[in-house]
Design a protein around this ligand. Sequence first.
Ligand SMILES: *Cc1c(COP(=O)(O)O)cnc(C)c1O
Length: 361
Amino acid sequence: MKRVYNFSAGPSMLPEEVLRKAADEILDYKGCGQSVMEMSHRSSVFQGIIDRAESLLREVMGIPDNYKVLFLQGGASSQFAMIPLNLMVNSHKADYVLTGQWATKSWKEASRYGETRVIASSKDKTFTYIPKLDPKTFTPDADYFYICMNNTIYGTLYHTLPETGKVPLVADISSCICSEPLDVSKFGLLFAGAQKNLAPAGLTIVIVREDLVGHAQEITPTMFNYKTHVDGGSMFNTPPCWTIYICMMVLDWIQNTVGGLGEMQKRNQKKAKLLYDYLDNSKLFRGTVVPEDRSLMNVPFVTDSDELNAKFVKESTEAGFVNLKGHRTVGGMRASIYNAMPYEGVEKLVDFMDKFEKANG
Ligand SMILES: *Cc1c(COP(=O)(O)O)cnc(C)c1O
């Protein structure tokens, strides 16, 4: 067996020890004679799994008691509609900051359900920075203020949060959830598709302050109402059982093998620094993002030649570094170095880049 270093933006690498444990338990989960894939979501065994996943997430992220945790389906993209349907219920206004494609898609969707305002955008420079925000320009009576915290495609991260006062801050944390500590109490709602940092595809995590639940717009479909899932303990309908099970094991890995989010952050900073330092000193490659807004998780980089970019993608793939091709809107390359990417993977990639630079520079 040979495993590659997978730099995919998502779905992405999972910790090897989690995959091994899942393999061990695939036919018989803890002596119950069946796989988690096969078991009833109403069984006490599965109830134990979802309860443990929730309590681990609460422990890992330090989620206060007045927040609900939901395990949903429909991807992060469904939240683009669920958020306005559930939260745009008083002034029917919401503020958005456009820092990339995901924020833009979310803003467009919300605009179908209420009055949205774009507070700032970094589109003028292909989303290579996070705009400076002035709270005086925010809508004072908005129902929420929306950001995409880590911009997966462009490789930017909010290193400081906007000061929204009483207006609930809502953040898409799909590609940075559990990558470093985050003060959940600063947000009204957080959500993430799990396939970047926590699990296989099929699970969407929503963390919502309880006072924001239960006021959905009249037209809200039952399945899109947070209250449905709060009341049903994320089991109004069949939840993505297998994905929740893997998520539970990944959270256990973060908490008990890595040692929590403080340690996770140190690992991620060390990995990212290795790659950014190389890029800053390279004469062939360069990062595309302004240094102060760089993501810890997604690192886009280019050479000045499309031909060399293509050659690099081809040769790196052959050498076992896969999915390094950049998003079509940015071009070049992107290395997604999520929690499960070992330091050694980045070290070997940097060695490979250095050799490529010497051969082609
Ligand atoms: C991947 C991603 C999405 C889309 O997630 P789906 O689960 O495919 O809907 C949304 N936002 C961000 C920041 C992402 O990285």
